[in-house]
Design a protein around this ligand. Structure first.
Ligand code: 5GP
Length: 215
């Protein structure tokens, strides 16, 4: 009568640098089952403590452009006016097919490309509690130069103007609350009418009639 689709959900998470989107998603990966993170490819330099093939696939500009030409990326963009970032296509498609959910933590340019291809994906925008708080989080990271901070603030300008392209906005003023909200958003996708493969209204109607007779 009602058959839920077996495919996983494609979840896109964006938000300005320092808004806490990675921290929220890492908590989600701990508490939810059957969900994985898409590992992006980037041409930016590796930061201290980052691990190649875990945090990102760090590649050269030439290697990245080869992936573009070979159509191996689901989306890609030049982020913060500097480096290429992109989502390897194969992993995403295989994950969804196997019934697992996959989370893409990407910028607005990439999110819009995904929306074109997968309008059924769910788009979540994480907002910092205040811009002042965001600035101090970025300063505390210590990895940002004044120039890179400026580029990140410029990107934020663009992104907040496109917030209405997302389905949900989560203001991250408390990590636990934000994690609960994002978890609830992901869970609620499972009950979306367009996630149901077979909704046989006729047989449901028949069943209602049958039960009515006995009343
Ligand atoms: P960071 O250099 O701080 O690791 O990431 C900078 C920004 O790049 C992140 O805020 C994220 O939005 C974006 N980003 C990371 N991976 C991807 C990707 O695969 N595609 C796109 N379009 N943006 C990405």
């Amino acid at each position: 009568m009602i058959k839920k689709r077996v495919k996983g959900d494609l979840i896109v998470v964006s938000g300005p640098s320092g808004c806490g989107k990675d921290t929220i998603c890492n908590e989600i990966f701990k508490i939810r089952k059957n969900i994985v993170k898409s590992i992006s490819m980037t041409t930016r330099d590796m930061r201290d403590g980052e691990i190649n093939n875990k945090d990102y696939y760090f590649v050269t500009k030439e290697e990245f452009e080869e992936k573009i030409n070979d159509d191996e990326l689901l989306e890609y963009a030049i982020v913060h006016e500097k480096d290429y970032y992109g989502t390897p296509k194969k992993k995403v498609l295989e994950t969804l097919e196997s019934g697992f959910d996959i989370v893409l933590i990407i910028d607005i340019q990439g999110a819009l490309q995904i929306k074109e291809k997968y309008p059924e994906a769910v788009f979540i925008f994480i907002m910092p509690p205040s811009i002042k708080e965001l600035k101090s989080r970025l300063i505390n990271r210590k990895s940002e130069t004044k120039e890179s901070m400026l580029r990140r603030f410029k990107s934020m300008y663009k992104e907040v103007n496109e917030i209405n392209k997302y389905n949900y906005v989560v203001v991250n003023d408390n990590l636990d609350d934000s994690v609960k909200t994002v978890d609830a958003i992901i869970e609620s996708q499972k009950s979306r009418v367009d996630r149901i493969e077979e909704l046989d209204i006729n047989s449901i109607e028949e069943a209602i009639h049958e039960e009515l007779v006995d009343l």
